[in-house]
Every structure is written in structure tokens, then in C-alpha cells.
Design a binder for this molecule. Structure first.
Ligand code: SME
Length: 160
């Protein structure tokens, strides 16, 4: 399969509809988790121009920075800390429209304004999170949640 993404213009939902099958195709041909999470991050960032896209993976009592696209980020997050640690503790998707209004938000960059964090699971077992940050306030909604949940479910089931 070609490594070039085919990008379309259109609504956010249309772009997800076009992108997710391409990510599945790209990742299906490879078994290495670092390669696959790297390409998933790159595909999301390239398609939507998000400020930062990446994975944090459970390592003992912490989340540790995994493959990502964007500026340097904090490497370790304890359960319950920041948006990622809260998503882990509460085992749920979190959409934060204004990171400055989120108590305990971990500011890796002052340019990040809003974010969505989604659990990655396999067979109900919590593996880590997908963290997507935007430099625009209130950039994420239920459309992102719906499609990124679909992607995370697939990545959890097929890539770990
Ligand atoms: N936003 C995260 C920290 C990680 S960086 O944004 C890449 C949080 O508060 O959990």
C-alpha cells in the first residue's frame, strides 16, 4: 500500500470517514506497535493540522510518552494528573474546550488551547490514551469523539 495519504476537503465527519479506512489499511500491513502508533499520529496531524497528536502508554503506575507528532512533551504522567491522567483514572473520554480552565492541566505548550483524550483498551484492559491538542479554543466535539473512539477501539484491538 502507498504511504501517501489521500486527503479530501469537506466537513470534519467527511474527512474522518475518508481517513479512518486509510489508517486501518496502513496499520494492517505492519505488526510493530511503535511504527503503527507513529503513523496513526502522523495521519491525524497531517489531515487536520492539529497542534499535537500522540499516545501515552501505561507503564506501571504512570503514563509514559509514546509515538507522537508535534513539539516536545512531558514524558511521564501519574494516574489522576492532567487530562490524560484523569482520562485513565476515570476510564473515559475527556473533551476540554479550554485547557486553562481545566484544574491540573499539564501545559506542555502555551499554544495548546483545547484537547480531547481517549482511552485505548484491549479486551477491557486499559493500555493508554490518545491525546489530541489544538491551538484553537473549543476545537473538539462529539464528531471527534465518535470517530476517534472508533479509531482507538480498532487500534486497541488490532495493534497491541
Ligand atoms: N495535555 C496533557 C499533557 C500532555 S501534552 O498536552 C502533550 C494533559 O494535561 O494531560
Amino acid at each position: 500500500m502507498s504511504e501517501d495519504l489521500s486527503l479530501v476537503k469537506g466537513s470534519k465527519a467527511e474527512r474522518y470517514e475518508h481517513l479512518i479506512p486509510q489508517i486501518k489499511g496502513l496499520l494492517s500491513g505492519e505488526s510493530d506497535i511503535v511504527a503503527n502508533l507513529s503513523n496513526a499520529s502522523a495521519a491525524l496531524k497531517e489531515t487536520f493540522g492539529f497542534f499535537w497528536v500522540g499516545f501515552y502508554l501505561v507503564r506501571g503506575e504512570e503514563l509514559v510518552l509514546g509515538p507522537f507528532q508535534g513539539s516536545v512533551a512531558c514524558t511521564r504522567i501519574k494516574k489522576g494528573r492532567g487530562v490524560c491522567g484523569q482520562s485513565w483514572e476515570r476510564d473515559t473520554v475527556l473533551i476540554v474546550p479550554d485547557v486553562d480552565a481545566f484544574p491540573g492541566h499539564i501545559a506542555c505548550s502555551s499554544l495548546s488551547k483545547s484537547e480531547i483524550v481517549l482511552p485505548l483498551r484491549k479486551g477491557g484492559h486499559f493500555l493508554g490514551v490518545l491525546d489530541v491538542d489544538s491551538d484553537i479554543l473549543n476545537d473538539f466535539d462529539e464528531v471527534d469523539e465518535q470517530y476517534l473512539t472508533q479509531l482507538c477501539n480498532w487500534v486497541g484491538d488490532h495493534c497491541f
